[in-house]
Design a protein around this ligand. Structure first.
Ligand code: LM2
Ligand code: CA
Length: 455
């Protein structure tokens, strides 16, 4: 049996995309646990195709079997990472690639050989959808992403599409996920969930065990459609959904004017906050241009701080490797095995940014308290309170702004978490003095934030 996770202080998830298992474990112990993160999301841990020559990051999205040998480490390294993270109070969420297998035959990181539609001891041709059978397109690939039959039964980028309506395939997938739960995993990001029929997802989730936390696994589904049966809202009855359109809204706001974020989380199609896994960027959106990325520097840090402060969805902070070409491998040995993370130029560790850590504290202190006291200048200065528990201001402009804001806070002097730290000693940073009417005159730095939330 797996030990209960150490007392966790919150729900924020660090998405350490393609960090190897020892590096994830160390981050849990040194950074995530001590700073109040509640979880870590890790890259797909199952066996995957190992190409000859270069090793693009996306090898991990071509499963070759469910053994836990991957570019991030072997099964015992995975298990030890989960144990270490849980001991630090950090729950582990796994990216589960269950819609498909690889796009061709090959060999795997476990050293297994496989051919098209044939994974020895696991799947045979009859366990897949095929063109001319379930899939109506001539190519066998999805050609029209608004056509439900194609989306469900054809191949996403020619990746062999599992027959998830079959009892055998469902039980093989559930067996893999239950093995992870048995190791202490608390939930899943379900890759390409939109491409699995709703009933099949329901059957697979229904076969999952309780986690070591004593609850059903947390489920966050990747739904890239926008309307009808393919909209995120159409899957929210089964679990949470990824905030893809929300990350796109954050990009346009932070590259334009953030006053537009007054409706963040309340547009039509925005699911309930409790069903939303929200983020500024992920491994797909940072490459396809749909979101901000580390290349936007301070703007991305500020957007991450906003997301942590605002209170829509369960926020995720993305930290991964830098790249020149979209297919580039993370730093790895010639074998494809990913090397230890070193934050700096090859890896961007937003999860460690002091201003981000301050907002994780803010997020945890205000909890689910409703927003109030919205302020915006019609352009790039905004502020809001979280009831009477906290107040924050964000300046996305390039010059500092001084303004008198309603704060919702009791009169008194508060210490800015971002410049003053989160400890209980004397304030070493900006002081926010709230008068008897609840207002405060504050200077918000260019591309910066001020946030107060007493412990
Ligand atoms: C996802 N969500 O639905 C992942 O977030 C995304 O990163 C995955 O694509 C995709 N679905 C499949 O899991 C990535 C990458 C693709 C790559 C696939 C498979 O963005 O470019 O496709 O992983 O490795 C690659 C080639 C593609 C080829 C395919 C099959 O880029 O040209 O298609 O392999 O051989 C013929
Ligand atoms: Ca499918």
């Amino acid at each position: 049996t797996v030990a209960a996770a150490a007392a966790s202080s919150g729900d924020v998830i660090a998405n350490l995309f393609e960090w190897n298992w020892p590096s994830v474990a160390k981050e849990c112990t040194d950074v995530l646990g001590p700073n109040g993160y509640g979880g870590v999301q890790v890259a797909p841990p199952q066996d995957s195709i190992k190409l000859t020559g270069s090793h693009p990051w996306w090898e991990v999205y071509q499963p070759a079997g469910y053994q836990l040998n991957s570019r991030m480490g072997n099964e015992s390294a995975f298990q030890s990472m989960v144990t270490t993270c849980r001991a630090a109070g950090v729950k582990v969420y796994v990216d589960a690639v269950i819609n498909h297998m690889a796009g061709s035959g090959g060999t795997s990181y476990s050293g297994n050989a496989f051919t098209a539609y044939n994974y020895p001891g696991l799947y045979i041709s009859n366990d897949f959808h095929h063109k001319g059978v379930e899939c109506p397109t001539a190519s066998g690939a999805i050609e029209d992403f608004s056509n439900l039959q194609q989306v469900d039964f054809c191949e996403l980028s020619h990746l062999e599409d599992l027959k998830t309506e079959s009892a055998y395939v469902r039980s093989a997938i559930a067996g893999y996920l239950n093995k992870l739960i048995g190791y202490g995993v608390s939930g899943f990001r379900v890759d390409a969930a939109m491409h699995i029929p709703h009933a099949d997802l329901a059957a697979i989730y229904g076969a999952l065990h309780q986690t070591a936390d004593g609850t059903a696994p947390y489920i966050a589904q990747e739904i890239s459609g926008s309307s009808g049966a393919l909209a995120p809202a159409a899957f929210a009855d089964l679990g949470s959904v990824l905030g893809l359109s929300q990350s796109a809204q954050l990009k346009s706001a932070f590259l334009g004017t953030i006053a537009t974020l007054k409706n963040f989380g309340t547009r039509s199609g925005d699911v309930a906050s409790t069903k939303m896994l929200s983020f500024v960027a992920n491994h797909d959106t940072e490459r396809n241009g749909n979101s901000l990325s580390y290349k936007n520097g301070a703007t991305t840090t500020l957007a991450t701080q906003f997301l942590l402060g605002y209170g829509y969805g369960r926020p995720q902070v993305y930290s991964s490797f830098t790249w020149a070409a979209a297919d580039d491998s993370p730093p790895a040995a010639g074998s494809g095995m990913i090397t230890a993370t070193s934050c700096g130029s090859a890896w961007t560790c937003f999860d460690r940014n002091p201003g981000v850590l301050a907002m994780v504290t803010f997020h945890n202190r205000v909890g689910t308290t409703a927003r109030a006291n919205w302020y915006d200048d019609g352009a790039n200065l905004i502020a809001f309170s979280r009831g009477a528990k906290g107040w924050a201001a964000f300046n996305n402009g390039t010059t500092a702004k001084t303004q008198t804001f309603p704060t919702g806070l009791a009169a008194g002097t508060y210490c800015d978490l971002i410049t003053g730290g989160t400890g209980s000693g004397a304030c070493t940073g900006t002081k926010v003095t709230v008068g008897s009417g609840g207002t405060a005159t504050v200077t918000v730095p260019a591309k910066g934030a001020v946030a107060v939330a007493p412990a």
